[in-house]
Design a protein around this ligand. Structure first.
Ligand SMILES: Cc1ncc(COP(=O)(O)O)c(C=O)c1O
Length: 383
């Protein structure tokens, strides 16, 4: 098997957005791609498809539902209904099409800031208004504000775009929180679109709870959108799934055009099936690497960035830091990019109220993580 983490000089030859957005001297720590090699089984599958010129349109692919059901059973003890699993181009397109089918322009959709930047883009694209009930931070993590969510439902919000686990701070919502949301959603007639794309990256076995696995109320109110793209590093291949588990939600989701399947890619579809079916070993390796990087970042932040609030991720490869105490100006990420040549995601991409925050992608080498922390530490007041 090839090296899991390639040297920086080689990574710079990649053609993805991560490596092309900024000048070649910039260390890219922004977009959520991992610097790891993809699973050998997926490499072989893709090479095989290409060598046989098997690059036509995506047709029936029962392999995806079978593989996802097996994955969900093995990892989360959840058995989805394979007949209620449908394909879309990616999680973005799947979610936008679900919103388009269920909402009308002007409808309010609940989100919990700070949250994945594209949530704002998707809601704007479908003409919906944002109803924000921010997460509440404490020293350990950022938690869902269940009372605030109920208030929003009481005020008439009928759609909820839940990020589970939560991007940017890698918060894995707890079963009791999801149960409470499901009960409230049922009570107030709210549809919950649960974006679970980061779920396979949860470090602790059993910690992640799929929304549709929590209760009948969740199954009556929820649709899960997910993919192998984030957790198996396949974002460019373009394939995702959306999943319901009740007659009520299946009939509502039936309004999503069947062409979302046709508009995804044959390579993405079969790579996703392969990832969910036979790449558990690779995922274990990726999660161990991410967890070790998380521990390194935690250590470096405590040693080198005193006074910088930071929350220890429970999964994934994203970290959320509050740089207010460093006085880096109105847009710390822009200044760090310009002066230190390290690209981070500015907090305002994840919510207007977070201008002093940055998001770091730590699925990278120890050297890259160290350089990133040093770039931020260069703004510490001289002691
Ligand atoms: C929460 C979340 N949803 C969706 C996506 C994008 O998924 P896709 O590339 O399948 O559209 C991301 C990418 O980072 C994400 O963090």
């Amino acid at each position: 098997m090839s090296e899991f983490l390639r040297p920086l000089a080689e990574l710079r030859l990649r053609h993805s957005s991560k490596w092309r957005r900024y000048a070649p001297d910039v260390l890219p720590m922004h977009v959520a791609e991992m610097d790891y090699e993809i699973a050998p089984q997926i490499q072989e599958l893709l090479i095989d498809f290409i060598q046989r010129s098997d690059l036509g349109y995506l047709g029936p692919i029962p392999e995806v539902a079978d593989a996802f059901v097996g994955f969900a059973e093995r990892h989360w003890g959840w058995t989805p209904d394979p007949k209620q699993i449908r394909i879309a181009t990616d999680v973005s397109v799947g979610t936008v099409e679900i919103l388009r089918a269920l909402t009308k322009p002007g409808d309010r959709v609940l989100i919990n800031s700070p949250v994945y930047a594209a949530f704002y883009v998707w809601l704007k694209e479908v003409g919906c208004q944002i109803a924000d009930v921010p997460l509440i931070p404490d020293l350990e993590t950022w938690r869902l504000d269940i009372a605030g969510i109920e208030k929003a439902f009481q005020d008439g919000v009928k759609f909820y775009l839940l990020c589970s686990p939560h991007n940017p701070m890698g918060r894995v919502h707890e079963r009791h929180e999801l149960e409470a949301i499901a009960e409230l959603a049922l009570k107030y007639g709210v549809v919950v679109i649960s974006d679970e794309i980061h779920a396979p990256l949860t470090y602790e076995a059993g910690a992640f709870v799929p929304y549709l696995g929590v209760s009948d109320a969740a199954r009556e109110t929820g649709v899960v959108v997910t993919a192998a793209s984030k957790s198996f590093n396949l974002a460019g291949l373009k394939a995702s799934i959306f999943v319901t588990q009740s007659a009520t939600m299946a009939s509502r989701i039936a309004q999503v055009p069947p062409d979302t399947h046709w508009r995804s890619s044959i390579l993405g579809g079969f790579a996703m099936a392969c990832a969910f079916r036979e790449c558990d070993d690779w995922l274990t390796q990726a999660n161990a690497a991410n967890r070790a990087n998380r521990d390194l970042l935690t250590k470096l932040v405590s040693e080198r960035l005193p006074g910088v609030p930071y929350w220890v991720a429970q999964g994934g490869y994203l970290a959320w830091l509050d740089l207010s105490s460093l006085n880096i100006g109105d847009n710390p990420a822009a200044r760090i990019l310009e002066e230190q040549r390290v690209s981070l995601v500015p907090g305002t991409d994840l919510g207007a109220d977070y201008p002093q925050y940055v998001r770091i992608n730590f699925a990278a080498s120890a050297e890259a993580i160290e350089r990133t922390v040093e770039a931020i530490a260069s703004y510490l007041p001289a002691s």
